[in-house]
Design a protein around this ligand. Structure first.
Ligand code: ADP
Ligand code: ASP
Ligand code: MG
Length: 470
């Protein structure tokens, strides 16, 4: 008998029809004789709404979280009405919805009083999305004749207290899982575990970071020694590009852990790579599959890259970026400018996504998220105040509205000509390349273009290096 972890993302549980389909997938696995642990995300969009409610409360806007609680009540109740025929079962879920939303409102009220939203308070508030969806999903499974119980991962996943990005502690987590989940599985009960959340040893709710339900699935898979982890989403697997941008993107049948990491780093956040490493290292098969097309094989994530499949695996894009330039003829030969530049950027709390190839020694240019750009420029102007006065540095300036496009694939290593083909096709399409990435990694080439050119550039590059053969 296999043990399977089946994780359903927000869109896979976001409507009545979707959740019914997800539940069907679980029943099918059970019929095949598998022991199943389900992990669920909040219904699509709910985490964002909870965050919005909490932030508005901190700004003193109390209407907003009441409105959000109302909208969440309506949506969850409608799904309960659609999916849970048994009146007693439905009533129990409705009560749980009321209790959770009342607690959500209470917590937002206290944030509104304090006018301060700590990461700890925010984690408590956003946890209600998963708590609600797990209750609903377990009731739906019971309605289809299965034995199932909703479990808050606060009972299972013990983390440190880095709120918003908590790190699970393996030993106590393993013990809790063995004590709480294994007996359920032995009795034929399907646990429906909340993704994304955990708790400190003293019981304070934490979250594992956005998209963290994949992490939950991986932790459970690893700790239970599962036979497979299936990540269900709304596309057929990891694809050669975001299908919303490139309509003829294809599914990648096998991709390595490193490549998924590279894809995620460069914007294709289908899976959070850090989170799945333990599963891959233990050799547990991990698949990305489509809830709505269960017969499609999906993508298998493996430890060792397969490079025979060709050179470029996928094209990604990161949006909402700004390029910052530090420029001046006097910079040549002045030691330490680069070091001071990046220290100043780090002080502004910004993540540098790319350092571009300097067209000359007279400038340093790099890319940061637009939301951090004003702080970065201010920090640089402060750092170089003397150099600016002496005109060793002429100016620090930034350009908004840019994107980074990357071609990713381990097989690119040692395969010359990819960059040439990319620039050739962009040149023929009249798309201006603003900058090229310094080879930050051996298995990707990145370039910067204007946001207005992003879609066309991704499509052209995809056509050139993926659709038209390699
Ligand atoms: P979930 O809610 O199931 O966790 P996510 O929204 O986190 O789903 O991830 C799935 C989405 O990722 C897809 O709907 C797709 O639009 C987007 N995506 C971006 N790049 C890719 C890619 N290369 N392959 C597959 N999906 C991608
Ligand atoms: N609901 C959480 C989020 O939106 C976790 C997840 O979906 O994986 O980030
Ligand atoms: Mg996700």
């Amino acid at each position: 008998m296999r043990t399977l972890v089946m994780k359903f993302g927000g869109t896979s549980v976001g409507t009545g029809a979707a959740m019914a389909q997800a539940a069907k997938g679980v029943s099918n696995a059970v019929e095949d004789g598998d022991r199943v642990v389900v992990v669920v995300s909040a219904l699509s969009g709910v985490t964002d709404m909870l965050i919005d409610g909490a932030k508005s409360a901190a700004d003193g806007n109390e209407d907003q979280y009441h409105k959000i609680a109302d909208a969440l009540r309506t949506r969850h109740r409608a799904m309960a009405a659609e999916l849970i025929p048994d009146p007693t079962e439905r009533k129990a879920v409705e009560n749980a919805i009321e209790e959770h939303l009342a607690e959500f409102s209470r917590r937002c009220a206290s944030v509104a009083v304090l006018r301060e939203l700590t990461p700890r308070a925010l984690d408590g508030i956003v946890s209600f999305g998963e708590r609600l969806s797990a209750r609903l999903f377990a009731a739906v499974l019971r309605g289809s004749g299965l034995r199932s119980e909703a479990i808050d991962a606060t009972e299972l996943i013990v983390t440190d207290d880095t709120f918003q990005h908590a790190v699970p502690l393996p030993d106590p987590t393993r013990d809790r899982i063995a004590a709480r989940l294994t007996p359920l599985l032995d009795r034929g009960v399907i646990p429906v575990v909340t993704g994304f959340i955990g708790a400190t040893a003293s019981g304070v709710t934490t979250t594992l970071g956005r998209g963290g339900s994949d992490y939950t699935a991986a932790i459970l898979g690893e700790m239970l020694g599962a036979d497979a982890v299936w990540i269900f989403t709304d596309v057929d697997g990891v694809m050669t590009a975001d299908p919303r941008i490139v309509p003829d993107a294809r599914v990648i049948p096998v991709i390595s852990y490193t490549e998924v990491g590279e894809l995620a780093y460069f914007g294709a956040k289908v899976l959070h790579p850090r989170t799945i490493r333990p599963v891959i290292e233990r050799g547990i098969p991990l698949w990305v599959k489509n809830t709505f097309n269960p017969d499609a094989p999906g993508t298998r994530i493996v430890r060792t890259p397969e490079t025979t499949d060709g050179t470029v695996k996928a094209i990604t894009v990161i949006t909402d970026l700004t390029m910052v330039n530090v420029e001046g003829r006097g910079m040549i030969g002045v030691p330490g400018i680069a070091g001071r530049t990046f220290s100043a950027v780090a002080r502004a709390g910004a993540n540098v996504l790319m350092i571009s190839q300097a067209s000359s020694e007279q400038s340093i240019c790099f890319v940061v998220p637009t939301k951090n750009a004003p702080a970065v420029v201010a920090s640089l102007e402060e750092e170089f105040v003397r150099e600016l006065v002496r005109q060793d540095i002429d100016r620090v300036w930034s350009q908004d509205g840019i994107v980074i496009i990357s071609a990713v694939g381990t097989g690119m290593r040692g395969t010359p000509g990819i960059a040439g083909r990319i620039f050739g096709t962009l040149g023929r399409s009249g798309i201006n390349v603003i900058a090229i990435a310094q080879g930050s990694s051996e298995c990707s080439v990145s370039l910067v273009v204007a946001a207005a050119d992003a879609t066309a550039a991704v499509r052209e590059i995809h056509k050139e290096v993926i659709s038209n053969g390699r």
